[in-house]
Design a protein around this ligand. Sequence first.
Ligand code: FDA
Length: 393
Amino acid sequence: MNHWDVVVIGAGAAGMMCALQAGYRGKRVLLIDHVKRPGKKILMSGGGRCNFTNMATAPGHFFSRNPHFTISALKRYTPNDFVEMVERHGIEPIEKAPGQLFCADSSQPIVDMLLTECQWAGVELRLSTSIEHVDVSDDGVTLSSATGQVLADKLVVATGGLSIPTLGATGFAYDVARKYGLEIITPRPALVPLTLDMPWKERMSALSGVSTPTVVQCREGRYRDATLLTHRGLSGPAILQASSHWQGGDEVHINWLPDVNDLFATLKGVRQDAPKRTLGGWLGEHLPKRLAQSMEEWLGLSGVMADYSNQRLEALADQITDFTIKPAGTEGWRTAEVTIGGIDTRAVSSKSFAVQGRPRLHFIGEALDVTGQLGGFNFQWAWASGYACAQAL
Ligand code: FDA
């Protein structure tokens, strides 16, 4: 049989969810991927334990030029719906941080669950298959691959964004979208470590592996979480979150002591109570030792607390709580967890995910200009958009 009700291209999170839901609705579904293994990003995700949803999912956790686009799908398929499927397959969700649900040991059970559901729903999976030509007309869909033509009533493109090409990422969805007149919001790597130029690259490199609680701000994004220093620059959840706002030339502001309410007042108190203490010694009690030692050098600290004027203490408090650095760039597509930007959703239905004026063509998942914050939101978008689209096929 070479004529399908639905062909889904991309056997990742969104594509598998869409295929299985369409299968359960009685559709004959073919799911195609160009790699040998489905769900590679699921396997890599969450440090190998897949942060598969976030119970606090709401439209406010997503970036998009079209902020209302996510509302309908997120309402129709909620984190609880996914948790219900996960638990039905005997997978116990582990809440590692408030609302963030992970697998206990490995992401593999999530891929196994989706493949099992696809099988139960009668979905045919065709791996190692590249589509060379796509034609969507009023009469139907024709796809050409090296092994011949595939015909379908509906096409769902679920090939994701550009992050991590070694996991199979391509710009396929953007090419198809452009062909049918959709605009692409320039894709940028996001949830990605930031790199530094000399001398900060060398300074941070010497502290590689140090992680500390911070508040990091870039443009309008402000995140309270850990910053990790690496041999290339800055990483850790607070920096990854801030990277989604970062654009070439932007500064990033780091508060290294987010738990100290008013650092200037605190330091004046230390000077009064312990005038012979060193500021470096005090920092060593509030920051990881290696970071405190380096900070002594960066800030040019010497002498004891009694030597510092109010003006100098105020300036130092500012430097510590509003440490300003201009990253050289990001680590790019090689390590970015997601793509910010993508297919402009203003020409896509938020109910059916069909392209306006071309009802046989649908786009779902990360290929669209919808990007979640860190914490399981991106997978919830993949599940929700896949589910919602399937209801309209
Ligand atoms: P996805 O990228 O999953 O799938 C696309 C599929 O299309 C792939 O199977 C690919 O091979 C296929 N494809 C691409 N081009 C093709 C072509 N030309 N022809 C045929 N097939 C093609 N999110 C989250 O919520 N929690 C987390 O813990 C993490 N962790 C994480 C870690 C790492 C290292 C990465 C890279 C990403 C994450 N994410 C995440 C993000 C999450 O993985 C991502 O948002 C979803 O996988 C997106 O789902 P999609 O199905 O849209 O694309």
